[in-house]
Design a protein around this ligand. Sequence first.
Ligand code: CTP
Length: 211
Amino acid sequence: MTKKPVVIGVAGGTGSGKTTVARELYQQFIEKSILMIEQDAYYKDQSHKTMDERIKTNYDHPLAFDNDLLIEHLEQLLIYQTIEKPIYDYSNHTRAKESVYVKPKDVIILEGILILEDKRLRDLMDIKLFVDTDADIRIIRRLVRDIEERGRTLESVIEQYTSIVRPMHLQFIEPTKRYADIIIPEGGQNRVAIDLMVTKIRTILEEKEIL
Ligand code: CTP
């Protein structure tokens, strides 16, 4: 049997705690061989657009992502080839000039709001998780994060949330829960779910004779 990495998808709405779940899993396998890919890194390049056009972009729509490139990179990682992952700049709403080389590993965690929306991506995953956190908690987290880390104002976060993020969540993200193998309530705080996942990943690695 040819050796092939395990791909774990971590989906969920904005502020649901996807990053925390992904990091918790990452920590458990750091001694072995694991890498993390954020779908956000694959937002389409908008450097040719004006700042005003970039601000008006709908970042919660499936078409905002360059999934073709993401799939190409995943396929390379699955045959143990190094990729050149884009870096996304939230303050300038576009791809940064720099990129980062990512070496292949045995476990790949793919994290993002819409990773379960594209069948081509789903088909590449061994395990599909959906982090399910109440909307009030998610918007509180988003407000704090966008103001502290992404250079936004309170007004802009509220406006974007009500006009775009919330309707897109209901139309495109929430329905992808049906594709999840496991729905994790409250994300990274859910110790039992994390421990179960770690055990399952180990089993798959053993089956694939990777560990
Ligand atoms: N986004 C934005 N401006 C951009 C690009 C993306 O405001 N230029 C927002 C989108 O509106 C989308 C969000 O980024 O809703 C996606 O990131 P999110 O899922 O909130 O962050 P993660 O850290 O990946 O997830 P979590 O909070 O669940 O850990």
